[in-house]
Design a protein around this ligand. Structure first.
Ligand code: SF4
Length: 500
């Protein structure tokens, strides 16, 4: 029998215990899952999450789905953080939690507790599906969610491992759950007839959209593809179980967000062609409609008609809302390259785009278009890459993640938070063209205010000396040196222990 440390590795070391946890997960029999994740979500320059806990992505996908219950299994601090963020972002239902301690983890009782809770929850009048998620410690300990029953009283049970040491971003965690659900739904379709979608199915061939986007975007896409005789199908991640069947029953899949690797694997297994990039700006829309025509084997005339119906309106909208200025852009949503394309077509100079997501075949066309415009595109960009680009370029506007924005403001550079202010806007077709100009131009015009704020806060301190002090902060470099040596010694001892 394994000792307790093997089962409960590095609890308390949290998000930054990647290698230790990974080794423990392999020893606990989870190598197959980790190998699949390594293939689907290749690691970048850092081996630990630099954004929020990755499991937030899959948790949110589950919470946004009707008649779906979500249950977390993980350290209480992780679950507290994840529930807090879910409710901050407007989750309107409870997050289930099966707590554990060293004993229940070591003896396997935790798995029994999870199984009991799932049995208790599985009420077909309330739920279509229950999603159970292993966070870092239960994944590292090999809590075998695959041994849960696949269905109880007609309620589907989906068990997923979403550890921070295997899934680099919360964006990719959305794919873990979306892919697991598509896999389940595909098996149901193969086994026999399934329920029809609540909304009537279009009599035209449909295009499934992949990626969370602004609610008006699917409608804009629908208008653009109408002249091709096509209709928009469901958007994955879906909001309802039955939509998964309709999503799989499409003519082609548009990977608007290019990082949904495991979902794409499911669509490919169902024989659906996949289309990269998205209908953003003039060039993007023209190429995307062309690609869609090819996927459906449509004539050049039909494609030209669809292009003629959309492109003039996009050109006019872009011309009516020009952007002038230099912008660095970074984020972890997966739509960074699309936003950069739109900014450039609006007139902005964008020397750097960083995305925390990896390079995939579905973002290749966007990366190529941007590189041809002289943009440095960095996939799996780290926070350090994004900050270095901003500090080097000194743009008129930095669009980025919270720490990039914070650093930008400290430097007096107008900055916008990508997730809340940029990705929550329409991007597609005529509605997307020009939609960024208002917020971007207003921010660029704020330079004087940023300079004034910088002067106002000058001298209040940085990092650990920030805040209100009665006297001058007493910075003890000698204590820091001692502490640094202590930490180095601990790290050496841990490394030596690993090698025994
Ligand atoms: S589950 Fe999330 S918050 Fe908890 S240790 Fe893992 S990455 Fe960190």
């Amino acid at each position: 029998m394994k000792d307790e440390l093997t089962y409960a590795p590095a609890d308390g070391a949290g998000c930054h215990a990647g290698d230790t946890m990974k080794a423990a997960a392999r020893e606990a029999g989870n190598s197959e899952v980790l190998d699949q994740y390594a293939a689907d979500y290749p690691q970048g320059p850092h081996d630990k999450p630099q954004s929020m806990c990755p499991a937030f992505g899959s948790l949110r996908v589950g919470l946004r789905m009707r008649r779906t219950a979500t249950v977390l299994s993980g350290s209480a601090c992780c679950v507290y953080g994840l529930s807090f963020v879910s409710h901050f972002y407007g989750a309107r239902r409870s997050v289930g939690y099966v707590p554990f301690n060293s004993e229940t983890l070591v003896t396997g009782k935790l798995f029994e507790d999870i199984r009991d809770s799932v049995h208790e929850l599985a009420d077909p009048d309330r739920y279509d599906a229950i999603v159970v998620t292993n966070l870092c410690v239960p994944t590292a300990s090999g809590v075998p969610l695959r041994l849960l029953p696949s269905e109880i009283n007609g309620v589907r049970i989906i068990g997923i491992d979403v550890p921070g040491f295997g899934i680099p971003t919360h964006a990719e965690a959305k794919d873990v759950l979306a892919g697991a659900m598509l896999n389940y739904a595909r098996a149901e379709i193969e086994a026999g007839p399934v329920a029809a979608p609540v909304s009537a199915k279009s009599d035209r061939p449909t295009v499934t959209l992949l990626g969370e986007m602004f609610p008006a975007d699917p409608m804009s896409i629908g208008q653009m593809i109408e002249p091709l005789g096509l209709a928009v199908g469901p958007t994955v991640p879906c909001r309802e179980w039955r939509e998964l069947y309709a999503a799989l029953d499409c003519g082609a899949v548009a990977a608007i967000h290019p990082f949904y690797t495991s979902s794409i694997r499911e669509f490919q297994a169902a024989g659906r062609p996949i289309l990269g990039s998205a209908p953003v700006g003039v060039d993007g829309t023209a190429a995307w409609l062309r690609g869609l025509g090819d996927a459906f084997g449509l004539s050049d005339t039909a494609v030209a008609a669809a292009q003629n119906a959309s492109l003039p309106a996009i050109s006019s909208a872009l011309a009516a809302s020009p952007i002038s200025g230099t912008i660095t852009l970074s984020g972890y949503e997966g739509s960074e390259l699309l936003v950069a394309r739109l900014l450039i077509e609006s007139g902005a100079d964008v020397p750097y785009v960083g995305t925390a997501c990896p390079k995939t075949p579905w973002s290749a066309a966007d990366a190529e278009w941007l590189e041809n415009k002289g943009v440095k595109v960095k996939f799996r960009a780290s926070l350090e890459d994004d900050c270095a680009a901003m500090e080097g370029v000194k743009p008129d506007l930095a669009i980025g993640t919270t720490p990039v924005v914070q650093k930008g403001k400290e430097l007096g550079i107008p900055s916008l938070y990508f997730t809340n202010l940029i990705s929550a806007r329409p991007l597609m077709g005529p509605a997307g063209a020009g939609s960024l100009a208002q917020v971007v131009n207003a921010a660029i015009a704020n330079k004087d205010r940023m300079d004034h704020m910088r002067e106002f806060f000058d001298g209040v301190g940085h990092d650990d000396t920030a805040g209100v002090w009665e006297g001058t902060p007493n910075v003890r470099e000698d204590f820091r040196e001692l502490n640094r040596k202590k930490l180095e010694k601990q790290a050496r001892a841990a490394k030596a222990a690993e090698m025994i």
